[in-house]
Design a binder for this molecule. Sequence first.
Ligand SMILES: *[C@@H]1O[C@H](CO)[C@@H](O)[C@H](O)[C@H]1NC(C)=O
Ligand SMILES: *[C@@H]1O[C@H](CO)[C@@H](O)[C@H](O)[C@H]1NC(C)=O
Ligand SMILES: *[C@@H]1O[C@H](CO)[C@@H](O)[C@H](O)[C@H]1NC(C)=O
Ligand SMILES: *[C@@H]1O[C@H](CO)[C@@H](O)[C@H](O)[C@H]1NC(C)=O
Ligand SMILES: *[C@@H]1O[C@H](CO)[C@@H](O)[C@H](O)[C@H]1NC(C)=O
Ligand SMILES: *[C@@H]1O[C@H](CO)[C@@H](O)[C@H](O)[C@H]1NC(C)=O
Ligand SMILES: *[C@@H]1O[C@H](CO)[C@@H](O)[C@H](O)[C@H]1NC(C)=O
Ligand SMILES: *[C@@H]1O[C@H](CO)[C@@H](O)[C@H](O)[C@H]1NC(C)=O
Ligand SMILES: *[C@@H]1O[C@H](CO)[C@@H](O)[C@H](O)[C@H]1NC(C)=O
Ligand SMILES: *[C@@H]1O[C@H](CO)[C@@H](O)[C@H](O)[C@H]1NC(C)=O
Ligand SMILES: *[C@@H]1O[C@H](CO)[C@@H](O)[C@H](O)[C@H]1NC(C)=O
Ligand SMILES: *[C@@H]1O[C@H](CO)[C@@H](O)[C@H](O)[C@H]1NC(C)=O
Ligand SMILES: [Zn+2]
Ligand SMILES: [Zn+2]
Length: 617
Amino acid sequence: MQRAFAILSALAAAAAVLACPGDEHDHVHQHGKREYPQVPLTAPTRPLEWSDVNVIHTTDSHGWLLGHQHLSFPEPNYSGDFGDFASFVTRMKAIAKEKDVDLLLIDTGDLHDGTGLSDGFPAGQVDGHETNKFIMDLPYDVLAIGNHELYDYANTYDMYTNFAPYWNGRYLSSNVNITVYTGSGNETTSVPVGERFVKFKTGKGRSVTSLGVLYDFTGNDVNTTVQTVAKMVKEDWFTEAIKDEPDFFLLLGHMPVRYDNWPTVYKAIRKVHKNTPILIFGGHTHIRDCTQLDGRSMSLESGRYMETVGWMSANLSGSDTENITFTRRYLDANRVTYEYHANKSNSTFDTTAGKNITAGLQKLWNTYDLSFLYGTAPQDYTLSRDPYPSNGSVLSLLVSEALPYALSINNTRVKIPNIILTNSGELRYDIFAGTFNENDQLTALPFADAFLYIPNITLSVAEQVLPGLNKDGENDRRSLDLLEREAERYARGDVSVRYNAWLEEMSARRIRSRADSDDANLTLGYVTSDQCPGDGDDTPHTALPYHSSPDYISSDSPSVSNDTLIDFVFINFIEDDVLEILNSVQSDTKYTDSDVLSYSPILASAVLGLYAQGNWN
Ligand SMILES: *[C@@H]1O[C@H](CO)[C@@H](O)[C@H](O)[C@H]1NC(C)=O
Ligand SMILES: *[C@@H]1O[C@H](CO)[C@@H](O)[C@H](O)[C@H]1NC(C)=O
Ligand SMILES: *[C@@H]1O[C@H](CO)[C@@H](O)[C@H](O)[C@H]1NC(C)=O
Ligand SMILES: *[C@@H]1O[C@H](CO)[C@@H](O)[C@H](O)[C@H]1NC(C)=O
Ligand SMILES: *[C@@H]1O[C@H](CO)[C@@H](O)[C@H](O)[C@H]1NC(C)=O
Ligand SMILES: *[C@@H]1O[C@H](CO)[C@@H](O)[C@H](O)[C@H]1NC(C)=O
Ligand SMILES: *[C@@H]1O[C@H](CO)[C@@H](O)[C@H](O)[C@H]1NC(C)=O
Ligand SMILES: *[C@@H]1O[C@H](CO)[C@@H](O)[C@H](O)[C@H]1NC(C)=O
Ligand SMILES: *[C@@H]1O[C@H](CO)[C@@H](O)[C@H](O)[C@H]1NC(C)=O
Ligand SMILES: *[C@@H]1O[C@H](CO)[C@@H](O)[C@H](O)[C@H]1NC(C)=O
Ligand SMILES: *[C@@H]1O[C@H](CO)[C@@H](O)[C@H](O)[C@H]1NC(C)=O
Ligand SMILES: *[C@@H]1O[C@H](CO)[C@@H](O)[C@H](O)[C@H]1NC(C)=O
Ligand SMILES: [Zn+2]
Ligand SMILES: [Zn+2]
C-alpha cells in the first residue's frame, strides 16, 4: 500500500470538489452527528489502580478523532471523540492532583492516514495538518513519531515545521531525520524531525529521560531517514543521553512491545543502569499487548484508531532493587468508560475545552463535507469477521459487486466480458449498516489507484492468474521466500500479518472455550491475553469471529467458454506481479508493460461511492 500513500495528493484534488467554502458560521452544524453514545453502554466494572506514576497512552490514532460513529457492535464501544478524551484527561489530571501523584499523557505516533478528517483535505493542503491542531489542544507530556508521518515528505515537513516546534522539545524522533534546505537555500542538511531525547521533571519532581524510537521502517519517502535501532544505540548522543541516572526512563516508540527491537534499547540502558525503572510504550501493530522485560520494567502497546486508551501505573517509592508493582489497563474509548473512571456523570463530565474540541472537529467535518451521502448500506460488510467469499465480506462486496458496477460506468468496453483483479490490502476498513458517506468512503478505501487491462486474454488463461498470485501463500506457508516477503512487507509498514494474527488468536481462544457459559452475556470486542499479570481489558468482551482471506481477490468469472477472449483488468498497484504470473501460465505471448492499457478513468477511491449511489438508494 506504500505507493498508494505516496499518491495521496491525487486524492486532494477529488476532495477539493467537495469542500464547502460557505461554511463560515460560528455555530456548529450537527448534520445528525452524535455527541453522546446513541446506544446504552455499560460501564467498566473495576476502578483503575492509581500509583505514584500514572500514564495515559494513545497510539496509532490515524485521524479517528470523532470516534467510531456506526451502530454495529463493537463500534459504539469506541464512540468517544477527541473532545470527550480531552475532558477525560482534564478530569484525571484533577484526580491526580488530589491524590498528589504524577499523571503523564503520551502518544506514540501514526497521526496520519485513516479517516476523512485526516485524509479528506482539499488540494494544496497536507494530510493531518488540521487534525494535528486538535492533538495540540491536549496537554501531552511527550510524543513520538510514527511511520505514517514519513510516507510523504510533505507530511514529514509539516511535522517538522508546524507540529514539533509546538511541543518545545517534547516531540521525539530519536532515529528519524528529515532533509531540509538550509543557509541561503542551496544546501541541504539532515536533521531530526523532532528531538532525539528529552530530560524533564514531572509535576512531583521526578526526573525523567525519554526517547522516541521508530522500528526499522524502510517505506519512508525520499529526504527522510530512518536509522536502525541497532545503530541508534551505538550513537554518541545516545550514550550521553542515558549516562546520568533519572528517577525513571520513559521510552516511547512506534515499535511493537514484542517481536521487535525494544530489547536492544532496553539492554543498552540496563548495561549502564541495572535497576532504574523503565516504562516502555510501543505501538504500530495496532494490538493490545504488554510484557515485562524484567521486574523493574513494563512495556505496553495500546491498540489503534482511538478504540483503546492505555493506562499504566507504577509504584516507584519502594526499594531500589525489588520488583516494582506495575498495573496496566486497556480502556474502551467511550464516554461511559471515561465518566466511570473520572467519577463524573453524563451531565458533569464535559469540560468547556473538551466541548470546544468536539465542536471544532465537527466544523472540520463540515468543511470537508464528510456527511456527503452516497447511500445506505443494507448490512455490515467486514474485512475478517465474515469469511471470504460471502455476503458479509467487504472483499466480496468490492470484487463481486462494486468493481464490476463502477468500472462499467461510461466504459466503451462494457460489452466485452472481463475478470477484475485486485490485492485485498486495497481495503482498509469495514463498512457498516446505515449511512455510507464521504468519511466512510475515505476510511474504507482511500487509495487513488487506477485500473488497467490487457485485452484478448483467453478466459482459461485469465483464470489461472489469481491462483498463481495466491499460490505461494498456500503451498509452502513456511517457505523462506514467504517469510522473507512478509518481513519486507512488515519493514515497509504493512501490519496486517501481525494484527490479523492477534484477531485470529483471540477468535480461536473463544472457540476453544465456547462451552464456557460465562461468555454468554458479554459483548463483542477485544479479549486481550498478554504477558503481564492480571486482566488487561477494562471491560470484558467476547472475541470477534476471525476469518483469514487471500492476498489477491477477483471478480467472478464470466459465463463464457474457455477460449473466449476477455479483458483482463487489474489494479495498477499489482501490475508487475500480474505480468509475471501471466507470463508463467502461458507461453504464446510475452506480455510487457506495453500491452497494458488504461481500463477506466475511475480510481479505486471512488468505486465504493459510485456503487453506493447506484445500488444503495
Ligand atoms: C460495548 O458495547 C456493548 C453493546 O452495547 C455494551 O454492552 C458494552 O458494555 C460496551 N462496553 C463498554 C465499555 O461500553
Ligand atoms: C508503594 O509502595 C510502598 C512501599 O511498598 C507502599 O508503602 C505504598 O503504599 C505504595 N503506594 C501505592 C500508591 O500503592
Ligand atoms: C530531496 O531529494 C532530491 C533527490 O535526492 C534532491 O534533489 C532535493 O534537493 C531534496 N530536497 C530537499 C529539501 O532536500
Ligand atoms: C546559491 O546558488 C546560486 C545560483 O546557483 C549562486 O549564485 C550562489 O552563489 C549560491 N550560494 C551559495 C551560498 O552557495
Ligand atoms: C540526523 O541529523 C543529525 C543532525 O544533523 C546528523 O548528525 C545525523 O547524522 C543524522 N542522522 C542520519 C541517520 O541521517
Ligand atoms: C520479579 O519479576 C520477574 C520478572 O517479571 C519475575 O521473574 C520474578 O519472579 C519476580 N520476583 C519476585 C520476587 O517477585
Ligand atoms: C447525556 O447528556 C446529553 C446532553 O444533555 C443527552 O443528550 C444524552 O441523552 C445523555 N445521555 C445519557 C446516557 O444520559
Ligand atoms: C475553541 O477551539 C478553537 C479552534 O477550534 C480555538 O481557536 C479556540 O481558541 C478554542 N476556544 C477555547 C475557549 O478553547
Ligand atoms: C458518465 O458520463 C456522464 C455523461 O457524460 C457523466 O455525466 C457522468 O459524470 C459520468 N460518470 C462518471 C462516473 O464518470
Ligand atoms: C483483439 O482481438 C480483436 C479481434 O480478434 C482484434 O481486432 C484486436 O486487434 C485485438 N487487440 C489486440 C490489442 O490485440
Ligand atoms: C445473563 O443475563 C441474564 C439476564 O440479564 C441473567 O439472568 C443471567 O444470569 C446472565 N448470565 C450470566 C452468566 O451472567
Ligand atoms: C475450461 O478450462 C478448465 C480449466 O482449464 C477445465 O477444467 C474445463 O474442463 C474447461 N472447460 C471446457 C468446456 O473446456
Ligand atoms: Zn498505525
Ligand atoms: Zn505504524
